[in-house]
Design a protein around this ligand. Sequence first.
Ligand code: C3B
Length: 826
Amino acid sequence: MSATPKIEPIGAKVPEPRQNDPDTLARQIVEKLTYSICKHPEQARKYDWLRATTLVVRDRIIDHWFRSTDKIRESKDKRVYYLSMEFLIGRLLRDAINNLQLTGPIREALKRYNVELDMVELLEPDAALGNGGLGRLAACFMESMASTGVPGVGYGIRYVHGFFRQEIAEGAQVELPETWLVHGNPWEFERRDSTYEIGFGGKVVTQQEPGKPPRHVWRPAERVLAVAFDTPIVGWRGEQVNTLRLWSAQAVDPILLDAFNSGDHIGALVESNKAEAITRVLYPADSHQAGQELRLRQEYFFSAASLQDIIRRHLGENASLDNLADKVAIQLNDTHPAVSVAELMRLLVDVHGYEWGKAWEITRATFGYTNHTLLPEALEHWPINLFERLLPRQMQIIYQINADIIREASQTGFDGGQISAISLIDEGNGRRVRMGQLAFVGSHAVNGVSALHTELMKETVFRNLHELYPDRIQNKTNGVTPRRWLMECNPGLTGLLTEAIGPGFLDDIEKLGDADTLAGDAAFRERFAAMKRANKARLADLISDRLAITIDPDAIFDIQVKRIHEYKRQFLNIIEAIALYNQIRAHPEKDWTPRVKIFAGKAAPSYVQAKEIIHLANDVARVVNSDPSVRDLLKIVFIPNYNVSLAEIIMPAADLSEQISTAGLEASGTGNMKFALNGALTIGTLDGANVEMLDHVGEDNIFIFGLTADEVAQRRRETHSGRSIIDRTPLLREALDAISAGVFAPESPARYHSLVSNLYNNDWWMICADFEAYWNTQRNLDGLFLTQNEWQSKAIHNTARMGWFSSDRSIREYARDIWQAGPGKV
Ligand code: C3B
């Protein structure tokens, strides 16, 4: 798009960086209240203080942002572009203040006006532009790229409505729209000069000049504008500030005046509504393909805008696109941006005149692809007719790529079965484009997100492509940023560690290992336990405020928070709770360890079973919590509206972290890492990154149970059913009988019949198969909790040995092995 002409200024310079002492900060906060918000300090409301504080912090960020951008431009270093449909950011103020080392001075500045920084921070709405693990990983990666000095830009969508707000009404999930932008967003800068046209539909015109290859020109029928909004991402100690650029869709013509003037007032707005719909709302399904046309429009819209932006920036600094792959690495976060492969080919061949083979070389060298799930229902594939109608030229390109790949495979000796497995077109299900295959062949590196997941990728979904390109798949185990998930969410633990091992771990999280020997130090264990208890008391207060349920901070806090999904097996956890409830009532004389089971998480609105599981958790909670015969030995809590900010309170307060997915199905997990870093013990299966956590924390410090991935696959082949297990396991049978009899839903006793009958019939998720091992492991943990010395020592080992699971480590590995960029470049 046309850039606005620049003015040649005389003598205008960037101002000196702002001072960071409390006096200056206090003065500037009032200045912002006055001149940016137009409020007399005495009349300022709490949101005004939030805004003023944010603007003062933002000024400091801008100082660093300019410096980083200049440095990257001057260095001519390779840039990394992270394309992701989701960024589950959460709040930014505390993160920015922490990373700029401004916590003390800002706190003091606000105190002068009798305003509490903590109160102000809590007012900020969560930026919830993501569903779960994949989106939160993207947010951790953005922060870690800035913290490790990788020149990274994130590209995504500026959804007007992020992930829905969940309420629980009579036990069931209700979805309400989320409105994070209603008070404006002080973190973003609209960049009208970075606006691009994005086409849809229309036709392809082929021009043939004698002696030359045919030229294809796409003539889209529809055009919308992609407008950039930039958010700064501040790295640790403010040394680097990177950019998250989110695209917003707008109509080329905001109103059709002809229609309006002729009286068609609604019709005059149809186009702008249609355009804006593209970035209106986040699809709320995680690990499940939405399959609607709007979703494909979203995917193409942000991919195409990002590529135009990348190419424009590259051509501003380089003579041609010949060296694109030397200067640019583009990472595809799952297949959502996979259409980028076809789009970059289109831009290179049709727009910039590259010969096909050369264009393919550049494309493949530029892209990397991360796979995040092997679940068949999550693998994206689009009906050919939809794809062709919306993106006719990209469809042609995909056919041509496919022909090349199939030729290569035949020459390698692939048979018909192998060829149909690698084909970009699925001929079986009414002809569909397979986005995973497209991303794979269009990338020089393809990675999984944990060691086990990567091995399973090679054996299952990408078995044949792996055979064709045996060097392409590699592993990059996920990580979490220790700034947000230790320093900011757990100042108690951070302070304790700083006193005990010095502040070195703040800059190099693997130095947490120095705390390992403290597990043997009784005085330290006591302080560690006191820190945990304070965090538990804070969560207990929240639960009491929001749900009017009283829980005892001295009970085991046994927590499962994540998306609700059958494979994550919240149902197994609930059945165990029911069995425990039955046993406590049957044997009141026994020495039970008091336990609070805490759940939180959202279900995709159309995922019936997941919603039933939420309903069941709430129903069971109601019955158990009001039964005087269990005294306070068992409490069950479902906290509504799980989000990043709630996670920041929950993670530090857990004794026990539930990571109990059916083995082979959780690609990695990242909640598992946050809990253990904050000193929770894990009860889990050998799935995802749990396997590597076991290696790091040691088998004495993690509680593994259940079938392995191989055993699950074997049982599924044998069409395993739960019935015989249920018949010979009274604890399980009685729990299921209670559900079926309507004990927890007397008003609607049949409510859970299908959930239960699925267990009898095929037990696809191995809930029956793993029940007994799970129960026994839980009872061992009950015993262990009574020996607090031992428990705390294991908890300390967990914290001390989790440094490797930092997203700084993940990012360094990506930078070294995939991007060849950043400080570790080869
Ligand atoms: C998730 C996976 O389910 C997690 O195991 C994994 O830790 C994260 O991605 C990050 O890699 N995932 C998701 O949140 N959404 C998807 N569509 C696919 C995977």
